[in-house]
Design a protein around this ligand. Structure first.
Ligand code: EPZ
Length: 420
């Protein structure tokens, strides 16, 4: 099994450039299914999940051409199937994002139920309810979901019971080619939603209001390919801010958009960390000591991002005082607590709230990533801990961090990836 071996205590110094956002590039790759001519995406990050969603759309007939760099051409002019391969959907639930485009383009889709994962049941009821409102007939069993719209989709008003990111994206893509107008109320407002809408509009769609909780879509009969550069990954950027704040150092996180990280920056400043927001990135300076306890509560955007909860909890484990971490978005996103305890963290859980009593420092231990962001949190903790930490189950981390080891090494971290 491959492991990361990290000797904590090194300060992090220098510049790190964040890659394009995983949670923007996945729906945008799914959206290429809508176009009857090729699309070109630039600066595609090298992530497991990008490989998986690419395999899914290739199985549907999309021709993918790689130029050997980070540019990829997706040609969906000839779709040959409307069923996503089960093993790929099970591997990555975001594969479910092909349902909206398939319904819009082909009038049908069959996808195995994405199932839950470590952080929660991850139901898709809001997606299905919205597709039915657009006129699709849904048939679902324990294994899969079948959706059919033989007479095409019809625009309508849709209210999302929860501002679900995936449901907002799936509906936006389906409605982009529905007949007439669709209004999505209580839509998710994440920057990744805005980036998807920007790409869809470049393809000829007519979408207004992305980034607010009301999105208006005027359906069009067809969409063409477009060229697009995906937005930077705000969660990857936030992870480097936390790593530097904990280990101590002076790092410039290039290509990070400060406006996408306001809650995280605000909380780091509240904890006594120096954070300077520049035009082309964010600078973080920290002694790694005298960090102050703070309380965080995750909320849909623009609230504190749930995808930064594990990393920030790691930070609070060595802050002076008691912090509370409340997770309101997912029902089981505290899997990292047990692993952080192995490193000496003092954390109690009371339902959806973790109470963290800061300790002077963590110590190295053998731990495992339980999900993507938990893995990132353990890396941050290990960089600040005394001694050596070994982290297993790296496939979780490989899903969402491009060249994590290389980028950290270049900042001065003592980190290697071994095959034990
Ligand atoms: C996206 O997942 C992200 N993934 C997640 O990032 C992120 O944590 C999440 O949004 C919230 O910001 C991608 O974009 C690929 P949701 P998604 O639908 O779309 C409930 C990471 O680490 N819900 O907004 O699945 C659901 O159970 C990953 O990069 C329903 O009840 O998130 C959850 O409690 C993890 N019914 C809440 O909404 C539905 O039909 C938020 O889910 C859909 C969702």
């Amino acid at each position: 099994m491959e492991k990361l071996v990290i000797n904590g205590g090194n300060r992090l110094e220098g510049r790190v450039r964040v890659s394009s956002a995983k949670n923007a590039v996945l729906p945008i790759i799914a959206a290429t299914l809508l176009a009857s001519t090729p699309s070109k995406l630039l600066e595609i990050p090298n992530l497991e999940d990008v490989g998986t969603i690419s395999q899914v759309i290739e199985a549907l007939g999309v021709k993918i051409t790689r130029n050997g760099g980070d540019e990829i051409i997706f040609d969906a002019s000839m779709l040959t199937a409307t069923e996503a391969p089960n093993e790929l959907v099970r591997k990555m639930r975001a594969s479910f994002l092909v349902m909206g485009p398939l319904l819009a383009r082909k009038g049908e889709a069959k996808i195995s139920l994405p199932g839950g994962c470590a952080i929660g049941a991850r139901p898709i009821d809001l997606h299905l309810k919205a597709f039915e409102a657009l006129g699709a007939e849904i048939e679902s069993t324990e294994e899969y979901v079948c959706a059919k719209a033989p007479n095409g989709l019809k625009g309508t008003e849709i209210y999302l019971d929860f501002p679900s990111v995936g449901a907002t994206e799936n509906v936006m893509m389906a409605a982009s080619m529905a007949e007439g107008k669709t209004i999505i109320e209580n839509a998710a407002e994440e920057p990744e939603i805005v980036d998807l809408a920007t790409f869809l509009n470049a393809m000829g769609a007519n979408i207004r209001g992305a980034g607010t909780n009301v999105i208006r879509i005027e359906g069009v009969p067809s969409l063409h390919g477009a060229i697009h550069t995906v937005i930077p990954d705000r969660i990857e950027a936030g992870t480097y801010l936390i790593a530097t704040a904990m280990a101590g150092g002076d790092v410039f996180v290039e290509n990070a958009l400060p406006e996408h990280l306001k809650p995280v920056v605000a909380k780091l400043k509240e904890a006594g960390v120096t954070v300077e927001e520049e035009i082309d990135g964010i600078r973080v300076v920290s002694s790694g000591k005298e960090l102050k306890a703070v309380d965080i509560k995750t909320l849909p955007y623009p609230g504190f991002p749930t995808d930064m909860q594990a990393q920030f909890m790691a930070f609070t484990t060595i802050a002076e005082g008691t912090s509370t971490v409340t997770e309101t978005v997912f029902e089981n996103r505290f899997m990292h607590v047990a692993e952080l305890r192995k490193m000496g963290a003092h954390i109690d859980i009371d339902n959806r709230q973790a109470i963290v009593a800061g300790v002077p420092s963590l110590h190295g231990a053998d731990v495992n990533a339980t999900d993507l962001r938990a893995g990132a949190a353990l890396v941050c903790a290990a960089l600040a801990a005394e001694g050596t930490t070994k982290i297993g189950r790296l496939h979780h981390i490989d899903r969402g961090y491009d060249d994590f080891v290389g980028k950290l090494k270049r900042l001065g971290a003592d980190i290697v990836r071994i095959d034990e």
